[in-house]
Write a protein that binds this ligand. Sequence first.
Ligand code: ZN
Length: 220
Amino acid sequence: MDDQQERPLSLDWAAGLIVGEGCFGFTLQRKKHNVVRVTPVFSIGMKDQEAIDTLDRILKEHDLPVYRTGYGEMHTIQVSGLKRLKRYTDVLHPALVGQKKEACRIVGLFVGRRLARPYNSPYSDEEIELVKASRLNNAGKGSRGKLSPDLLRENPVFAEHQTAKTHCPQGHEYSPDNVAFSNTGARRCIICDRASKQRHYERRRESSETLRSTPSLNEG
Ligand SMILES: [Zn+2]
């Protein structure tokens, strides 16, 4: 009972730290073709490394992915992306209280809506309102960037155009067997990826053969 190492780490302890220092919100970034993209984010930064280390351990024990950053004296956990934030909001919402509980709820709602829609579909009014509500609730704190959520309304045409594409630029069909997703969630053509790897491999082989067949300057 007294053995500290055997004691399960408490989600309530983690929630207490997050209520004090954590943040659930969104970042808005302008991408190519003036598209604005919303990324849900959880972050917490403290100078107290022991507190962040302990939080790190508790989050991992609840199968929450943890990404550590930090600058200067700050120790930071920052997690972003729809699926990761879905996990975070599902697990943490019941344990949180007050304004951070509301911030977590808003992000959770947005993430739920977005994951239920086809990839790259335009932001709905409801989603845009959630981003605005998050800004208001966070009252400036944790809302990075100066882009207005209303800019999201300018996206739809491009976003729909992207989803509507059925073939890669080389004309291969994006069939279920021929589509992969990059880290950013963009579709990739598997046939083209393989061809590009093959070309890369052949170039490397050719250049190493050239090296071998070229007499070294030091020889002879
Ligand atoms: Zn292709």
